[in-house]
Design a binder for this molecule. Sequence first.
Ligand code: NAD
Length: 523
Amino acid sequence: MQQTSEQLVTRNPATGEVLATLNCTPVSELTHLFERAKAAQEKWALLSRSTRSKYLLDLRETLIQRVDEISELISKENGKPKIEALSAELFPSVDMLTYFAKHARVVLEDQPLKLTLMKHRKSYLNYWPLGVVAVISPWNYPFMLPFGQILMALVAGNAVVFKPSEITPLVGLMIKELCDQSGFPKDLIQVVIGDGSVGAAVVEQRPAKIFFTGSVATGKKIMSAAAKHLIPVNLELGGKDAMIVLADADLDFATSAALWGAFTNSGQVCASVERLLVDRSISENFSLLLKAKMAQLRQGPSSTSANDLGPITFEKQKDVYQRHIQQAKDSNAQFIAGGEFIDSDRRYLKPTLVTGEGIESLDIYNEESFGPIAALTTFTSVEEAIEKANRSPYGLLASVITRNHSLGEQIARRLEVGTVIINEVAYTAGLGETPWGGVKESGFGRSHSLMGLMEFVNVRHIHKPRSHLFVFKSLWWFPYSAFQYETFRSLLALYKRSWFEKAKALPIFLWNLIHFLKNEKRL
Ligand code: NAD
């Protein structure tokens, strides 16, 4: 990516070839763009949830029809192998469309609430759209991440102003084109092209809510800008995810899980395995086997299907890798594999596995690398494994590899993260049914699942009389009186633990209540 104030150039990271030169969205146009989105949203919100769900199913047809073209573009602009564009971006998107089209209708239905005391009244929750929401996205899953949020926003009755990453704007524009082709009202989804300064200008337009996915540093900036206008934010930020491998693990299974978890999408995954915590008794065999499997990984341009890892997508991220690797080398860390770029253009970093005494104090172990780099350390007890896994400012995801599922679950319940996966790794960010999001510096709020859908609505509580017979002046209204005090006092006795005391208190309360209502003429 290269951006002048008006234009942005997007390139194929495997070759440096210019894919397009795009005009950035002028900041001066944003107000108008938000107004158009708002006008479209007001009409959209009037449609029934079933009708909105049908649009999702039409969009699903379009995606399936154009699968090769979409995978090709994702692969070209982001660099990931085409199979990953399909399996980790398009497939989850199609699945999410199906899930939300089916469930949003029911889940966003009014929800009755049970009232204990106020039997003469009824309460229910009524969900209504937020309005125009902003979706601001990164480049590593340029399709699936924003797409999941956009479809949840739409089915809940919102309009979306979407700012894709400046590294992958063509994929962003394609999402808009697919929505348009599927018949969504044109102004309902607006795409804003540009870098962080344009993203900051989007925030200044005061969207109803900001759904941000990206780095911790940008997340903090967005939250602070949003705070000025009290705009709610949902932040999906970075991670330094741990995989705990227990002594009883099947080594072939564990190393294959670590291999995919650390190096899929060239490790440019928020949920990537960046810290391997391995029981000391098996760590040597584990390292040898993982090293052997890493040597089999094929790196190269995504244009051929014979590669497992594509190029590094984002130029600036390479400086982070170099800093982490150099510090590790200077500290005499042991490089089990990798530790250098294959080529002088720094397009491909060899899958890197590093370990050794003192590794736990290094940046490569503590900071997010967001690349094909994993740091391995050992433990001698489950307690130590849990303590090490939790010793991180991040809290996105962790995985546990063990044959003992019950122990795996006990460990899972003590890990300070948003998701724990037992005997699998990383992939649940692509599931529609399960919540996605972190704790600590990995952010807050949830995406996907019915919990995630709720992030896209306001909740209105409606409270009403059961019938017109129950419309009378309430006990706590003016004018205040001594009788009123006694009535409340006798009511408190009904909360006593003993059933005998409760039974004694009930007639006194009723007597007080009837007298009060008669005397005060509230009936
Ligand atoms: P980034 O924070 O640099 O940029 C993300 C988006 O924010 C881009 O569209 C960018 O233009 C925009 N932006 C930048 N400054 C802004 C500002 N001041 N106001 C508004 N918008 C602004 O992140 P990135 O390099 O694109 O992505 C990598 C990061 O994303 C990693 O830390 C990774 O862990 C994280 N990530 C998290 C998840 C998750 O689900 N938790 C998923 C994917 C990526």
